[in-house]
Design a binder for this molecule. Structure first.
Ligand code: MSP
Length: 485
């Protein structure tokens, strides 16, 4: 039997809608988008499904709606639209923008609950714990520092005593331990994997997966118990399955890759696989946990007042400039500090002087010497085959390294052109053939660069492709005019 072709489901975390997303949230979307665009370019559009969206239930969102004087539904409609517009401003090419208030998701969350319940993994118990609304989670004593949640020190922790439903996570301790052993690459990077193994070694406790409707009314009702709503994390994780199943991307032919922040790795790497095993579904193949972005050495936060929306940056600098900066100057498994001064510096150095300058130089020389593109049509799969280090870097989520490979090629082309100096050859007679050869090679470099940039800077890649596929290549408007400091 012929083997079914490999498919890819690529997801991001779904953002809480208590506020519009900032550049830190959007970073994750751009990273996942680069991988989705890469697999689409390599294997065809229908082999990749890219999912993102919003996490709309729970206490945090309900409180924000109340403060805004809106019903939760009105409020979530408004923020979800704004979030979507923000990621569209970064050309994030999702196939579905799921909202946990979507009817198919609500139905899937309840059906999933029923499966886990039928398996015997849900029970009812009285619980007392300290709840952090910021994390939407009960904290354990080891999570608490000086009586506060370390992630949300301004929020007061609430002691909550409730009769809730629990998921038997502890019953999956051995299963998860074995799964981690057998699947080396399950959690990326090694550092994040080790963190999860540490949690496993300390032992897993059962988790509350419902809240009393009387205290949290904004949620999906628990099947057969109208007094309880499904806990927001149990509900939210299921979004991947809702969309994946519906699109035909939750099966053994699909590689499922979840991109998440390091702060929510635990939910994805420990709770989610146990939930899926309980309900009888395929587990994800990889959880890629990324670091956090800060701005000028400070946490991005409303109270600090340094929140930047993605669209503010794309309006000011252009989409591909922001995408480039985010992807080139971060390393996925580490935190990264960004600044506008650094963005502008790298714009001038890498984009204006590097890529933009090469494209203009080559185009101008082609125009003067009437050089045309006589290469066979370029194709991403074919081109990237010649750059195995690039391919290896992208497929191991090392996007900054993949871009470094492209910039090495830009430097090589720029240097070769300076050394061969066709403009001095043009002053001598009989050098037409030599000049044509030099330009033929330079056009090939530029077209290779355009292909390799496709996942990262799609608009720029397309512009270069169009400019250099003309019969008569001409100098056009500069791609990245220099910014004056
Ligand atoms: N709603 C949950 C996720 C549910 S997924 C089933 C959530 N939402 S969030 O809005 O708080 O965060 C969404 C994503 O953005 C998370 O992966 C989080 O780690 C990431 N980031 C939030 N701030 C960030 C930075 N400053 N830098 C990088 N990523 C950031 O958690």
């Amino acid at each position: 039997m012929p083997m079914a072709e490999q498919k890819y489901l690529i997801t991001t975390a779904i953002d809480y809608v208590n506020d519009v997303i900032h550049i830190g949230h959007a970073y994750e979307k751009v990273v996942a988008d680069a991988l989705a665009r890469y697999y689409r370019a390599l294997h065809g559009n229908d082999k990749t499904f890219f999912l993102t969206g919003t996490d709309e239930h729970g206490q945090k969102v309900a409180q924000s709606a109340e403060r805004a004087g809106l019903t939760p539904q009105e409020f979530t409609d408004k923020i979800a639209e704004q979030d979507k517009a923000e990621i569209v401003s970064l050309h994030v090419s999702f196939d579905r923008f799921i909202r946990t208030t979507d009817a198919d998701h609500v139905a899937q969350a309840q059906a999933f609950w029923q499966k886990v319940s039928d398996k015997g993994d849900i029970y009812e118990a009285e619980y007392t714990g300290l709840y952090c609304v910021g994390d939407e989670a009960f904290l354990t004593s080891s999570d608490i520092m000086d009586g506060k949640c370390p992630n949300h020190p301004t929020l007061e922790l609430k002691t909550i005593t409730e009769k809730n439903y629990f998921f038997r996570l502890s019953a999956y301790q051995e299963f998860l331990t074995d799964y981690f052993k057998e699947h080396e690459g399950f959690v990326q990077s090694q550092l994040r994997r080790n963190e999860m193994i540490g949690f496993l070694e300390r032992g897993l406790e059962d988790v509350a997966i419902s809240r009393r409707k009387a205290s949290v009314s904004w949620g999906i009702e628990v099947p057969n118990d109208p007094d309880q709503v499904i806990y927001v994390w149990f509900d939210a994780l299921i979004n991947y399955l809702t969309a994946g199943l519906q699109a035909g991307f939750w099966d053994d032919d699909t590689k499922i890759i979840h991109f998440v922040g390091k702060d929510i790795n635990r939910w994805h790497s420990l709770l989610w696989p146990a939930m899926l095993a309980s309900a009888g579904y395929k587990l994800p193949d990889t959880i890629v946990a990324h670091g956090f972005l800060s701005l000028n050495g400070q946490k991005i936060s409303k109270s600090i007042g340094n929140v930047i929306k993605p669209s503010e940056l794309t309006d000011k600098y252009g989409v591909d400039v922001v995408r480039y900066y985010l992807l080139r100057y971060t390393k996925l498994d580490a935190d990264a500090d960004l600044s506008l001064a650094h963005l502008e510096e790298t714009y001038n150095a890498d984009l204006a002087n590097g890529l933009g300058n090469l494209v203009s130089r080559v185009a101008k020389l082609c125009e003067t010497n009437k050089a045309a593109n006589v290469h066979d049509p370029w194709d991403f799969a074919q081109v990237s085959d010649h750059y195995p280090e690039y391919r290896q870097a992208v497929e191991s989520y090392d996007f900054n390294q993949a871009l470094a490979e492209v910039w090495a090629l830009i430097a090589k082309a720029n240097q070769e052109l300076s050394e061969q100096a066709p403009w001095t050859l043009a002053k001598k007679p009989g050098k037409e053939k030599e000049i044509a050869q030099i330009l033929h090679q330079q056009i090939a470099y530029v077209l290779d660069i355009a292909e390799l940039l496709l996942p990262f800077m799609p608009e720029t890649a397309q512009k270069i492709r169009t400019q250099f596929s003309q019969k008569h290549i001409k100098l056009e408007q500069s791609l990245f005019p220099r910014l004056n400091p």
